[in-house]
Design a protein around this ligand. Structure first.
Ligand SMILES: Cc1cc2nc3c(=O)[nH]c(=O)nc-3n(C[C@H](O)[C@H](O)[C@H](O)COP(=O)(O)OP(=O)(O)OC[C@H]3O[C@@H](n4cnc5c(N)ncnc54)[C@H](O)[C@@H]3O)c2cc1C
Length: 466
């Protein structure tokens, strides 16, 4: 598909709602114009060439390929598509012994997505009801998406998936369980693919930190470029044919899909967080220089702490690729411990990065006049004069710096970015659980014992047994 074909493909009868109204055609509705134009442009400029499309949808085979892959995910939707396909390939590989037919079904599905140049979003997070109760003990049995009927030709599913990035503008929904399921939760152990326009699917688009209506994009440089709206996706008795069902009822395999998605989403968001960290270090230094404070001790030490965080985070990202492991089906998967520990650190320290940046920037981060004020023939020159700090620092340039800081941190977009980094791919707790579970604890315990001259008791008993 090129951009034009992508826009036309969205006029497929899907049920999308925004701000309380039903959208006729997502491809041409003004509410989606910015996002659709951006995705259409990447179809035209990056993926229309079949070689580019193949590169973007083909699993990399080495760390260099993984880095190159990241550069191809120029919009959120190609990013979600790649993550979804990698999740399916990884999960199919891990469950192949118990459900060999899943590997074939996934391979056929991935080939279809590539051939038709489709875009896929990840539907994992359920409504979840009362968080303290498992799916089968909820007051409303649909709080977790489940199979409500089985037919010879397929299944019927019911439930909702929340916070689904870019659902309204995608072609396909990858529906997978959000967590491990117990033996009596077979109806909830379901993984399948659903087209966005399938009967019974409704997508309530809730936006996600866009620039205010009518705002000048120069005042909101990130919101006007990087906002990906979120979908509240309802599956009300949706039929899914057998060939699109990868898991149905095998509770022991349910967690495999969630773990595979967690790995790929966190690996992808690490790239995004690393870039955000470096941008924040750069902005802090630029503002410090523009304010004439770059040699002041407390400013230097705050920027040093930001740079240390950015460097350690990028080091973890690099380590996750350098220690990648090859799955049986050939997919190279990033290392789980480095990925989860890195994502945790990136999300947990994000607040510190924002604090230092805002501390260094001063109040103009939220009170700088707009770029249009600067251009006003009556007041513009005076605004520019007082926003300047010295001859080498133009008031217009310094104003633009403050708009960048504002939009990255405290605007609606900045807030959405923070929540996205904290919760996207699962909250902090989920990364802590995976890191502790996969960390080489036996090695750490052995090292601890050896550090004070104690023999590992398990080695002692092995020797005694000999
Ligand atoms: C910008 C953004 C984009 C997203 N994109 C997607 C997407 O594309 N696809 C998708 O499927 N999801 C997506 N998510 C959802 C994301 O994965 C969830 O927000 C996250 O997993 C947390 O779930 P929740 O929002 O329901 O919060 P909750 O589950 O209510 O969690 C809130 C807090 O309660 C804790 N908690 C919850 N249950 C328990 C429990 N039983 N025991 C102990 N502690 C508990 C959590 O650890 C957390 O600290 C996105 C989220 C955001 C913000």
């Amino acid at each position: 598909m090129d951009g034009k074909a992508y826009i036309a493909s969205l006029d497929d009868g899907r049920r999308v709602y925004v701000g309380g109204r039903r959208v006729g055609n997502v491809g041409t509705d003004p509410a989606f114009a910015g996002m659709v134009a951006k995705i259409a442009a990447t179809y035209d400029h990056f993926h229309h060439d079949p070689r580019a499309r193949d590169a973007f949808m083909t699993p990399p085979t080495d760390a260099e390929g993984m880095r190159a892959q990241a550069a191809l995910h120029v919009d959120g939707l190609s990013h979600a598509t790649y993550t979804s396909l990698m999740t399916l390939l990884t999960a199919a590989d891990r469950i192949a012994a118990a459900r060999p037919q899943a590997r074939e079904a996934v391979a056929a599905y991935v080939a279809e997505v590539r051939a038709k140049d489709l875009r896929v979003v990840e539907c994992i997070t359920d409504a979840k009801g009362d968080r303290s109760r498992p799916p089968a003990l909820q007051d409303d049995r649909d709080a977790y998406l489940r199979v409500v009927a089985r037919r010879p030709d397929g299944i019927v599913i019911r439930g909702a998936k929340l916070h689904i990035s870019l659902a309204a503008v995608a072609h396909e929904m990858m529906v997978i369980p959000t967590k491990a399921m117990k033996a009596d939760e077979g109806d909830y152990a379901v993984a399948c693919m659903v087209p966005a326009n399938a009967p019974g699917v409704s997508i309530v688009d809730v936006g996600n930190g866009e620039a205010p209506a009518g705002a000048d994009p120069r005042d909101f440089p990130y919101a006007s470029r990087d906002s990906n709206s979120q979908g509240f996706v309802i599956f009300h008795d949706v039929f899914v044919p057998n060939e699109r069902v990868f898991l149905d009822g095998e509770t022991k395999l349910a967690a495999t899909f969630a773990h595979a998605l967690g790995l790929w989403v966190r690996a992808s968001s690490m790239i995004h967080i690393c870039d955000s960290y470096d941008v924040m270090v750069g902005l802090a230094q630029l503002i410090a220089e523009a304010n004439g404070l770059e040699r002041i001790e407390h400013i230097k030490s705050k920027i040093a702490e930001m740079a240390i965080n950015a460097t350690l985070l990028r080091g973890t990202l690099e380590a996750s690729m350098a220690h990648a492991t090859r799955l049986e089906g050939g997919v190279l998967a990033p290392d789980e411990v480095f990925t989860n520990a890195g994502k945790y650190h990136g999300a947990a320290q994000y607040g510190t990065m924002v604090r230092h940046l805002l501390d260094i920037a001063g109040g103009s981060a939220i009170t700088a006049p707009s770029v249009r004020d600067l251009e006003n023939p009556e007041v513009g020159e005076l605004v520019r004069k007082y926003m300047g700090t010295k001859q080498s620092v133009d008031g217009a340039y310094r104003t633009q710096l403050f708009h960048a800081v504002h939009d990255l941190t405290t605007s609606a977009h900045g807030g959405a970015r923070y929540v996205g980094i904290l919760q996207g791919g699962g909250g902090l707790h989920t990364q802590a659980v995976v890191t502790r579970g996969r960390y080489d604890m036996a090695r750490a315990k052995r090292m601890a014992l050896e550090s004070f001259g104690w023999k590992d008791p398990s080695e002692e008993s092995a020797l005694a047994a000999e």
